[in-house]
Design a protein around this ligand. Structure first.
Ligand SMILES: [Zn+2]
Length: 277
């Protein structure tokens, strides 16, 4: 079956099941064998709504004619973000990480877990504030990826669109299209407009002689400055702490510092330290 026919079939199936589930009598035994991630569209990612499709004139009076129109369901955007995370280079082990599974081994890690939980639980309020972001820095293996991915997973589960940006990979892609304005803007716009952006391993592989590669810094400034002005939050994980980021570039670093104010932790040690009691 071709993909479009498949979608229409799914929509039709969804509508029929939806019509059934809309009946008030939920005690009625229903088909329980199938569960859906999204009960609204039954995972078809589209819903059929009745909308005016054209205007007809009858005896001089114009009348709107309604008809069924397929519209993307609100879960579609979230699924798009989930697919990006799943399709990223991040191992499956990380993709399913939860906050609960994060076992702190020292005070810094304990603080960072508490900070992550506070962020998740209050995100609906925090997101519209000036200091709406969170930064976890530390050496590879310090647990920063676990925590930032776990925050993303939990917020995605709660219906917040979190776009995953793996710094090294995305920088390489953006630099390849930097002279093609249309392509470049198209890619950048996704990162600029996502409800929450997770920047994983910020500045990884960008430092030479203590300085960040110039074109990468320009790209990061454009992105960070846009989100800063629009008050759109970021989750940052990096090997480099906030002070170091300000050293690299004052304009970019100080904006990150302001966005993450009150929610930055520098995890120094490694997460996996078997000698630690
Ligand atoms: Zn849906």
């Amino acid at each position: 079956m071709d993909p479009i026919a498949e979608i229409i079939k799914k929509i039709n199936l969804g509508c029929m099941t939806q019509a059934k589930s809309n009946t008030r009598d939920r005690e009625q035994p229903m088909n329980k064998t199938q569960t859906f991630e999204c009960e609204i569209c039954k995972d078809a990612e589209f819903i059929v709504v009745n909308k005016p499709i054209y205007t007809e004139k009858e005896n001089g009076i114009s009348k709107e004619i309604y008809g069924p129109v397929a519209e993307p369901c609100k879960c579609r955007e979230l699924k798009y973000y989930k697919r990006i995370l799943e399709g990223s280079g991040i191992s499956e082990v990380f993709q399913s990480k939860t906050i609960r599974e994060y076992i702190p081994k020292n005070d810094k890690q304990k603080q960072s877990k508490a900070m992550a939980i506070e962020y998740i639980n209050n995100f609906h309020i925090i997101r519209s504030q000036r200091n709406n972001s969170l930064g976890i820095t530390g050496q590879p293996g310090s647990g920063k990826t676990h925590l930032t991915i776990a925050i993303s997973n939990e917020l995605l589960r709660r219906g917040i669109g979190v776009l995953y940006l793996q710094y090294r990979e995305v920088m390489t892609q953006l630099k390849q299209v930097i002279n093609d304005d249309e392509q470049y803007q198209m890619q950048m716009n996704r990162f600029k407009s996502a409800p929450l952006l997770l920047i994983d391993d910020l500045f990884k592989g960008a430092i030479r002689d203590g300085k960040v590669n110039e074109s990468e810094m320009r790209i990061m400034f454009e992105l960070i400055n846009h989100r800063y002005l629009k008050q759109l939050p970021v989750l940052v994980s990096s090997e480099y702490n906030i002070n170091k980021m300000i050293d690299f570039d004052d304009a970019t670093g100080s904006r990150i510092a302001e966005m993450c104010k009150g929610r930055t932790i520098d995890l120094i040690g490694k997460e996996l330290n078997h000698r630690m009691i």
